[in-house]
Write a new protein. Structure first.
Length: 82
């Protein structure tokens, strides 16, 4: 019924118009540096969107010595709409 909407690109501007929030990089860096304490930490990002926190969290885990693939989970609510 709404298959024509599937071909409309979902741009950052459209998401922002619908209320999506994009966290500034400096704030992401601050929060990740505060939250990731050791290479054994795990990360859950319940609304990952563009994955800014997850990307920097993986970098922080590796910087802190994680040799394995860091354990991290993210969920983008846009992908689970009905």
């Amino acid at each position: 019924m709404m298959s024509h909407l599937a071909s409309v690109p979902d741009t950052a501007d459209l998401r922002k118009a619908r209320g999506a929030f994009f966290t500034p990089d400096q704030l992401v860096s601050f929060v990740v540096d505060w939250a990731i304490r050791s290479a054994d930490d795990q990360v859950l990002e319940p609304s990952c969107g563009e994955a800014a926190f997850l990307t920097q969290a993986v970098d922080a885990l590796r910087t802190r010595g994680s040799s394995a693939t860091p354990r991290r989970w993210g969920r983008d609510p846009r992908r689970f709409r009905t």
